[in-house]
Design a protein around this ligand. Structure first.
Ligand SMILES: NC(=O)c1ccc[n+]([C@@H]2O[C@H](COP(=O)([O-])OP(=O)(O)OC[C@H]3O[C@@H](n4cnc5c(N)ncnc54)[C@H](O)[C@@H]3O)[C@@H](O)[C@H]2O)c1
Length: 326
C-alpha cells in the first residue's frame, strides 16, 4: 500500500518524501527529472524515472506497488516561461494531469492531493485571500492550475474521485537535508541567498512602483516543512472531506525588500540589488487566509517566522553552494 508522489524529486516533493519516509510510509516517486534531482530523493523511497503522461508506466506503478493515493506535484512552474509558451503549461499541467487521473480510474486509485497555487486568484480584490475569492489568473501557469482544479471537481462528480487541492502561496525554507535548486531559479529566497554566496552579482527587484508600502511586491512565505505537514493532514482528511480546496500560507505578507533585508541579517553578507521593470504576470500582493486549512485539516504551521524560514534555507544553501550539483 504505497503513495505515489509525482514530482517527488523537486523542491517541495523532496521534503514531502522525506517526511513520509520518516513515518515509514511506502512512497514511490515518479519524476522525469526535467527539474528534479536524483539526490533529492530520500533513501528508502522507490524512484521511477518517467513521465506522468506515460500511462503504461503510471499504471504499472499503481499495480506493482498497490498505490492507494497520489500526491500530484509534477508540473511546469516558471510563471515567466508560461507567458511566452502557454501551450507547454496546458499540456504538462492539464493534459498530462488528466492522463494521470484516467490511469487512476482504470486502476481503482481514488484519492489525490494536488499542488495548486495562489496564482489561481490573479490580482486580488481583497486581502487576505480566502478560497471563495474570485479567480482571474493573470498568467497561463495560474490558468493551468485553475483548469486542473475544475477537472478534479468534475471527476469527483462523475467518478467519485476524492481530491484535496492545496493552493500554496510562496514555499520557502529547507529541511536539514533537502532544499531548493531550480534551473532557472525564479524564486526570491534562493535568488537572494545565491547573491549572498557570491554566486550571483545581485538580485533583481522587479518593480518599485506597486501599490504597496515600499513599492515592491508583497508575498506570503510558508515554510516548506509546514507545507509537507499539510499534505499528511490532507491524506488523513481526504475520505472525510471527499473534495476540498485549501489555501496554504502564513496569513502574513512580506515585501521583496523586507526579504532581502532579512537575508542580510541572517547571512551577515552584502546582497546587492538592482531595480528592474515589473515582470508580466506578477500581482502586487498575494497573502492567504489559511483559516479553512486550520479549521478543517487541523493544520498548525509551526515555522511562520520569516527569519526562521530564511535561516533554514541559508543553512542548506551554505552547505550546497552549487545546489544538488555540489
Ligand atoms: N514552489 C512554490 O512556491 C510553489 C507555489 C505554488 C504551487 N507550487 C506547485 O507545487 C509543485 C511543486 O513545486 P516545486 O517548487 O517543488 O517545483 P519543482 O520544479 O522543484 O518540482 C516539480 C517536479 O516535477 C517534475 N516534473 C515536471 N513535469 C513532469 C512530468 N511531466 N512527469 C514527471 N515529472 C515531472 C520535475 O522534474 C520536478 O522535479 C508544483 O506543482 C508547483 O506548481 C509551488
Amino acid at each position: 500500500m504505497a503513495i505515489l508522489l509525482t514530482g517527488g524529486a523537486g523542491y517541495i516533493g523532496s521534503i514531502i518524501g522525506e517526511r513520509l519516509s520518516d513515518l515509514t510510509r511506502d512512497v514511490v516517486v515518479l519524476d522525469n527529472l526535467a527539474q528534479g534531482h536524483r539526490d533529492a530523493i530520500c533513501e528508502g523511497v522507490i524512484f521511477v524515472d518517467g513521465d506522468i503522461g506515460d500511462s503504461a508506466t503510471v499504471e504499472e506503478i499503481f499495480r506493482r506497488y498497490r498505490v492507494t493515493a497520489v500526491i500530484h506535484m509534477a508540473a511546469e512552474t516558471v510563471i515567466a516561461r508560461s507567458m511566452t509558451d502557454p501551450g507547454r503549461f496546458f499540456r504538462e499541467n492539464v493534459w498530462k494531469g488528466m492522463s494521470l487521473l484516467d490511469s487512476m480510474l482504470r486502476c481503482g486509485v481514488d484519492r489525490i492531493v494536488f499542488s495548486s497555487s495562489a496564482a489561481v486568484y490573479g490580482e486580488p480584490r481583497e486581502v487576505p485571500i480566502a478560497e471563495g475569492h474570485s479567480q482571474n489568473p493573470i498568467n497561463p501557469y495560474g490558468e493551468s492550475k485553475r483548469a486542473f482544479e475544475r477537472v478534479l471537481h468534475w471527476y469527483h462528480e462523475a467518478h467519485a474521485l476524492k481530491y484535496v487541492a492545496l493552493r500554496y502561496f510562496n514555499a520557502a525554507g529547507a529541511s536539514s537535508r533537502f532544499g531548493e535548486d531550480h534551473d532557472p531559479e525564479s524564486h526570491l529566497v534562493p535568488l537572494v541567498l545565491q547573491a549572498a554566496l557570491g554566486r550571483r552579482d545581485h538580485v533583481d527587484v522587479y518593480g518599485r512602483d506597486y501599490d504597496t508600502p515600499d513599492g515592491t511586491c508583497v508575498r506570503d512565505f510558508v515554510h516548506v516543512i509546514d507545507l509537507a505537514e499539510a499534505h499528511l493532514l490532507a491524506l488523513e482528511a481526504i475520505d472525510r472531506v471527499g473534495s476540498g480546496i485549501y489555501n496554504l500560507g502564513s496569513g502574513e505578507g512580506h515585501s521583496v525588500l523586507e526579504v532581502i533585508e532579512c537575508a542580510r541579517r541572517v547571512t551577515g553578507r552584502r546582497i546587492p540589488l538592482v531595480e528592474a521593470a515589473r515582470r508580466p504576470g506578477d500581482p502586487a500582493v498575494l497573502v492567504a487566509s489559511p483559516a479553512r486549512a486550520k479549521r478543517e485539516l487541523l493544520w498548525e504551521p509551526k515555522h511562520q517566522d520569516l527569519y526562521e524560514i530564511v535561516q533554514s534555507a541559508w543553512e542548506w544553501h551554505r552547505a550546497h553552494p552549487d545546489g544538488y550539483g555540489s
